[in-house]
Design a protein around this ligand. Structure first.
Ligand SMILES: [Zn+2]
Length: 383
């Protein structure tokens, strides 16, 4: 059993904390979300919505029913118990069809009517900003959100420092775009240790949006760069079923939507390449931590972004965020890598190079053939 106690606010220095004392298997922990005190009214008090979402994977994995002292928004509880939990527990092996014992409330939570999107300056969230700040869009953005709710294999203290530095760097971007930035910290990775970050990432992000029901009436989740045809109920990667998670998380006052699932990485970066702020801020990298500083240039994300920008003849605009000279030095090898990769994005990248009449060097073709040959020999040896 997981018992989620009544929510309460605690103030410390210039921060306000939305807390709940939670008992998991007789162990008591206090979970919190924190924000600058001047924004305390954004925090959603007297509802268990955010905490339930944050604890759901834990509960389903270890077959813990959940009991809440605060009510849950009626719509959210309906989605959870009639749609989300039954679908996941039926299709993902370790998950159990748990019960939730709580009152419900149909009262919309009073909010500021803000429209937000999670923002890391990566290609998915950059694409969302571009497409949701136009005058004609349905939900014009008012806020970009930075949440500290997972640590990608980093030490806890290091993760919090990265969060603080990211907020500072992204505040400059927000000011330039006339958007507000809301920063929400949590103690999830200190208290809710979980081995596989990708398993829980979507639920934790949405729990942060639910914790800010005093602010948002609409929250957009930027879909990672694969299209809806790759929807899959996969334990290892919760972003694969974002569509289901998002459709299960709205409340009477907060609507959560998926943003950008209609475009793949090539389409997103093509659009981003016409957006000047991206020349300074694009942060599509697995290794580098801080937006506004140079990306590592060598990880898969960096390679993909650079080769697409190169194919579009826009790479030189990105000298501030990529070491473009270094990238060009290795170009024959990089292109060979894409000739060898068999996934749809690699094929699209090669097609883009050809469409834009960018020469594919003879050397790349020779390297690609050599790699293919070695691969054949290795697979015959294994078989
Ligand atoms: Zn990188």
């Amino acid at each position: 059993m997981i018992h989620i106690g009544k929510t309460y606010i605690k103030r410390e220095k210039s921060k306000s904390f939305l807390c709940s004392d939670v008992i998991i298997n007789n162990n008591k922990i206090t979970l919190w979300y924190s924000i600058d005190t001047e924004y305390e009214n954004y925090l959603c008090i007297n509802r268990a919505d955010a905490f339930v979402m944050a604890l759901l994977v834990q509960a389903m994995t270890f077959n813990h029913d959940i009991k809440c002292d605060d009510p849950i928004s009626a719509k959210f509880k309906f989605f959870l118990t009639k749609q989300y939990i039954p679908t996941l527990s039926e299709n993902i092996k370790p998950y159990h069809n748990i019960k939730i014992d709580s009152d419900i409330t149909t009262e919309p939570y009073k909010n500021c009517g803000a429209v937000g999107v999670g923002f890391s300056a990566g290609s998915d969230s950059m694409y969302s900003v571009i497409n949701n700040t136009k005058m004609t869009c349905k939900y014009p953005l008012t806020h970009i959100a930075v949440f500290n709710c997972v640590n990608f294999e980093k030490y806890e203290e290091e993760s919090r420092n990265i969060f603080i530095n990211n907020c500072k760097a992204l505040q400059k971007f927000a000011n330039q775009q006339k958007l507000k930035l809301v920063a929400l910290d949590t103690n999830f990775y200190e208290e809710l240790h979980w081995k596989f970050t990708n398993e829980i990432v979507s639920m934790r992000i949405i729990s942060c949006a639910l914790a800010l029901q005093g602010l948002f009436s609409v929250y957009l989740v930027s879909s990672p760069s694969f299209t809806l045809e790759k929807f899959n109920l996969e334990l290892e990667d919760s972003t694969r079923f974002d569509l289901l998670t998002i459709n299960s998380a709205s409340t009477e006052s907060l609507s959560i939507y998926l943003s950008g699932a209609e475009a793949d990485k090539v389409q997103k970066i093509t659009q981003i390449s016409d957006y000047e702020p991206s020349y300074k801020y694009l942060h599509s990298c697995f290794s580098s931590d801080e937006p506004g500083k140079k990306n590592c240039g060598t990880c898969k994300k960096c390679k993909d972004a650079q080769i697409i920008l190169y194919a579009l003849e826009k790479l030189d605009n990105y000298n501030a965020v990529y070491d473009t000279e270094n990238f060009k030095k290795d170009l024959p090898k990089v292109i060979a890598y894409y000739l060898n990769r068999k996934d749809p994005i690699a094929k699209k990248i090669i097609k883009l190079l050809k469409e834009n009449n960018i020469e594919i060097p003879e050397k790349s073709i020779a390297i690609a053939k050599q790699i293919e040959k070695v691969r054949d020999i290795m697979s015959k040896k294994i078989n």
